[in-house]
Design a protein around this ligand. Structure first.
Ligand SMILES: NC(=O)c1ccc[n+]([C@@H]2O[C@H](COP(=O)([O-])OP(=O)(O)OC[C@H]3O[C@@H](n4cnc5c(N)ncnc54)[C@H](O)[C@@H]3O)[C@@H](O)[C@H]2O)c1
Length: 248
């Protein structure tokens, strides 16, 4: 088991990629805190993990709200003593062309991806520094690397996540804490419109050399690599698990 006795926090784990990552970590022996603002979804994923013989705790938390993040980190630490692995996966889209984008659409996306990732990082990093061990995994996107139409908020936030990954990697390396980012491409509720709407479907698939969307379960092994000791000498890197969409 690659994560035996490790304690992991996975945000946005109520569905999609986060749920697949939480389940994969639990199968590898980690105790997993399943974090989501949708408490029923988080509970369902945690119940599934516990029923399969793993160990999971569901915590309802909006990562954009610092007080909720601090309470969540305190609850996990109280239950299991520490946090070894943080996956900053929670995310939203608020799609609009830039000349029509509202302040709320702009702010909401930055609040979840940028402030949410920062809030969770800052809430757990002190303990990791003390113990000289940590694995931080950020989630970015092809949108943050290439830009995208109708998502200037999301692209800016995901590009910001790349900067956060590199700064965290440089600042935390001396504490034996690694920070890496994954740019996934998977069939989840978040991508439903571009996968099913006739206006976007074929255009998108044409840009994926492997010619299909991934299942979240195919993305989870990359998250496992960055959480495990197999990646002990890898930090500040970005891996695109996107079927080749960002080959350039
Ligand atoms: N699916 C893809 O192809 C794709 C591509 C690139 C990047 N991503 C990124 O991967 C991550 C996961 O995406 P997904 O496709 O699984 O999305 P999803 O919409 O299926 O799941 C996202 C989860 O995050 C939760 N969430 C949203 N805002 C939250 C908040 N403020 N606090 C706590 N939880 C919150 C939601 O309730 C949901 O359960 C996101 O960061 C997303 O931007 C996904």
């Amino acid at each position: 088991m690659q994560l035996k006795n490790r304690i992991a926090i996975v945000t946005g784990a109520g569905q999609g990629i986060g749920a697949a990552v939480a389940m994969a970590y639990a199968r590898e022996g980690a105790k997993v805190a399943v974090i989501d603002m949708n408490s029923a979804a988080a509970q369902e994923v945690a119940n599934g993990i516990n029923a399969a013989g793993g160990t999971a705790l569901a915590v309802a938390c909006n990562v954009a709200l610092r007080a909720q993040v601090d309470a969540m980190a305190a609850q996990v630490t109280q239950a299991w003593g520490r946090v070894d692995i943080l996956v900053n996966n929670a995310g939203i889209t608020r799609t609009a062309m830039l000349h029509k984008m509202t302040q709320d659409q702009w702010q909401d996306v930055l609040a979840v991806h940028l402030s949410g990732s920062f809030n969770c990082l800052q809430a757990v990093v002190g303990g990791m520094m003390e113990r000289r061990y940590g694995r931080i995994i950020f989630v970015t996107s092809a949108a943050g690397v290439l830009g995208t139409i109708g998502q200037i908020n999301y692209s800016a936030a995901k590009a910001g996540v790349l900067g956060m990954t590199k700064s965290a990697a440089k600042e935390l390396a001396r504490y034996n804490i690694t920070a890496n980012a994954i740019a996934p491409g998977a069939a989840t509720p978040m991508t439903e419109t571009i996968r099913t709407d006739e206006r976007f479907k074929d255009k998108y698939l044409d840009r994926i050399p492997l010619g299909r969307w991934a299942e979240p379960q195919e993305i989870a092994p990359v998250f496992l690599f960055f959480a495990s000791d197999a990646s002990s000498y890898v930090t500040g890197q970005i891996v695109a698990a996107d079927g080749g969409m960002t080959i350039h």
